[in-house]
Design a protein around this ligand. Structure first.
Ligand code: SAM
Length: 306
């Protein structure tokens, strides 16, 4: 997208000028980053995708009788179309995948079209931190999806703003399925974010590659390492890239210095309880209609209604 590079540069300058550096995870998702994320979902330690897909299969048995009439599926942060294809049925006329990684969703929409030739797919670039308006021509009944535990990836309580905006986007009498990762054993969580295949590391270090590509920062990926730890009081997995040495880089002539062992936060992944999620939904103007979870209570998908 035209302004995407400018937004990226501005955000990198802003965040690398602070003593506590935090980069929103949306900046990992260029085409390469999305492909790294897909790899994470195949890691044996990363239970999230496997469990969520099982739950979606259960939901798919009921979904076409739950909603009367033709529907449009609207997916925020759709990524690959693997999960939505579990849920699609003949009553779904339109599918609108919304994502910041446009080249990736264009590719995945083509794949989906081959399997669902009658479905009208409208891949749309967006930053879902902002309000999104949908095309007028789609059906009245709109069912939203926000999967992959992306609801946990916002800093500073921005998930509330997201949920409020999503409600406006989907309009009156709408529904939103939200996948949320639940609080669990520290070891299981830390293994999931530090997979033995090194996919999470590559995904987070992709930020350095993107900075080199788009801002010519000339950093070496090997001069950084990746760590991810559970912050117990915040019930949040926090991921960082760490500068292995003192190093500097320049953006538009401005010098940035990274200290040895300085951490740059590259991801936040909040974990919920049933009640903390319900509280969040309520405070954002949604009602929890029902929810599904696995037998170990590792993960839940909530159906919210407006
Ligand atoms: C954690 S992945 C989940 C992907 C997929 N929904 C799944 O369940 O596997 C997050 C997805 O949201 C997209 N994304 C992240 N931040 C975004 C933003 N601010 N606006 C739009 N899309 C965003 C990414 O490109 C990516 O496809």
């Amino acid at each position: 997208m035209k302004n995407e590079r400018q937004i990226f540069i501005k955000e990198i300058i802003k965040n690398f000028s602070k003593s506590k550096k935090k980069i929103p995870s949306k900046f990992h998702y260029d085409l390469k980053g999305s492909k790294y994320f897909e790899k994470i979902t195949t890691a044996k330690e990363y239970y999230i995708t496997r469990i969520e897909k099982k739950i979606l299969k259960k939901i798919s048995e009921k979904i076409n009788t739950t909603f009367k009439g033709f529907t449009s599926f609207v997916e925020f942060g759709s990524g690959s179309t693997d999960k939505i294809s579990i849920l699609l049925n003949k009553k779904v006329k339109y599918y609108i995948p919304l994502d910041i990684s446009f080249d990736f969703i264009r590719e995945s929409s083509k794949k989906l079209h081959r399997n669902f030739p009658n479905l009208k797919i409208i891949p749309t670039y967006c930053d879902y931190n902002k309000f999104i308006s949908l095309p007028n021509k789609i059906t009245k009944i709109k069912i939203g999806f926000f999967l992959g535990s992306s609801i946990g990836n916002f800093y500073n309580g921005e998930e509330k703003i997201f949920l409020k905006n999503a409600k406006k986007t989907l309009g009156k009498n709408s529904y939103l399925f939200v996948g949320a990762d639940l609080i669990k054993n520290k070891n299981i969580l830390e293994k999931a974010y530090n997979d033995s295949g090194g996919f999470a590391a590559r995904f987070n270090l992709n930020l350095v590659r993107r900075m080199n590509n788009e801002i010519n920062t000339k950093l070496k990926i090997n001069d950084f390492k990746y760590i991810s730890k559970l912050n117990i009081p915040k019930s949040t997995m926090q991921s960082f890239i760490v500068s292995k040495k003192k190093q500097k880089f320049f953006i538009n002539g401005k010098k940035f210095v990274l200290k040895k062992n300085e951490k740059i936060q590259t991801e936040t992944s909040k974990k919920f309880t049933f009640s903390s999620f319900k509280k969040l939904a309520k405070s954002s103007g949604w009602k929890v209609n029902r929810f599904w979870c696995d037998e170990k209570n590792y993960y839940a998908v909530f159906l919210l209604s407006s």
